[in-house]
Design a protein around this ligand. Structure first.
Ligand SMILES: [Zn+2]
Ligand SMILES: [Zn+2]
Length: 289
């Protein structure tokens, strides 16, 4: 069918991008790229190109569809030469692979950091020379698996909230122990309500706290071991004792702190709202001072 007949049939063409009709520009090329009916099915070729540009943002693999009827536009590209075709495929493969490669590099970095941390910890706990000796004599495969489990175990161990467990036991049974009753007189009888439990580890800040606490643990254990158990000859035993002592002391302090917070919350009182400037509706029962 001829161009003139077609334009007679749809003489009310109107571009849905620029709203121009056929009378506004007689030379512009028209296209009807989708299932839309009526005058809005028409759009200028150049206007639609701009629309596709905007959607594709330079990536010609992106599919573009009509915003009204959702028909995917059929876009034909000029044929590529073989060199460009191969380059196009390479480009696409690299584009798809990069996230995986980056993820692999990230995991590898974390892994080697963990191995290094494990090795440093072994030398710290056993002593520099002895630690090196142990690692030199060990199976390399054992080291590759064993060393990164050291920081992993420290973090997992740190996540065990044994203090909470003891606290819960304490709150349940402390009233039945006469000695504790004697040391902490009528603690539970003062409890006017049971406060809500604080949710552990919900925010990223407390997660970083767990991580930092876990990773600094061997250093603290070494220091506490040297301070408290200086007479112990073996590096390993001294550090182990130091670690246990530190965890125990810190645990007791934490339990004490948490219990005090718990009691504070349990016994809080919410006050009446007091606004002295506002005139009250009822006459005051007591004369103002
Ligand atoms: Zn237009
Ligand atoms: Zn459409």
């Amino acid at each position: 069918m001829s161009q003139s007949r077609l334009s007679q049939e749809d003489d009310r063409r109107s571009c849905w991008v620029c709203f121009a009709s056929e009378e506004d520009d007689r030379t512009a090329a028209w296209v009807r790229p989708c299932r839309c009916r009526g005058t809005t099915k028409w759009v200028h070729q150049t206007c639609l190109q701009r629309w596709v540009d905007e959607k594709q943002k330079g990536n010609s693999t992106v599919k573009v569809a009509c915003p009204q009827c959702n028909t995917e536009y059929t876009i034909i590209y000029p044929k590529l030469g073989p060199v460009v075709y191969v380059m196009d495929i390479i480009d696409r493969v690299i584009y798809k692979m990069c996230p995986f490669v980056a993820g692999g590099i990230f995991i590898g970095t974390v892994y080697w950091t963990m191995v290094t941390y494990g090795a440093v910890t072994v030398m710290q706990v056993l002593g520099h020379k002895e630690g090196l000796n142990v690692m030199e004599q060990a199976d390399p495969l054992f080291l590759l698996i064993g060393l990164p489990t050291i920081p992993l175990m420290l973090v997992l161990g740190k996540m065990v909230r044994w203090e909470d467990y003891i606290l819960r036991l304490w709150r349940k049974h402390s009233s039945k122990l006469p000695l504790i009753n004697y040391l902490f007189p009528d603690e539970h009888s003062r409890l006017s309500r049971v406060p809500a439990d604080t949710a552990p580890l919900t925010d990223p800040i407390s997660a970083t706290r767990v991580l930092c606490g876990a990773l600094i643990m061997p250093t603290i254990a070494t220091i506490v071991g040297k301070l408290m158990f200086g007479l112990v000859q073996s590096n390993f035993q001294r550090t182990l004792l130091g670690g246990i002592a530190f965890v125990a002391i810190k645990g007791v302090l934490k339990i004490y702190y948490k219990q005090q917070q718990y009691l504070r919350q349990a016994n809080r009182i919410i006050c009446d709202f007091d606004e002295p400037n506002q005139p009250s509706e009822t006459p005051p029962s007591t004369p103002p001072q």
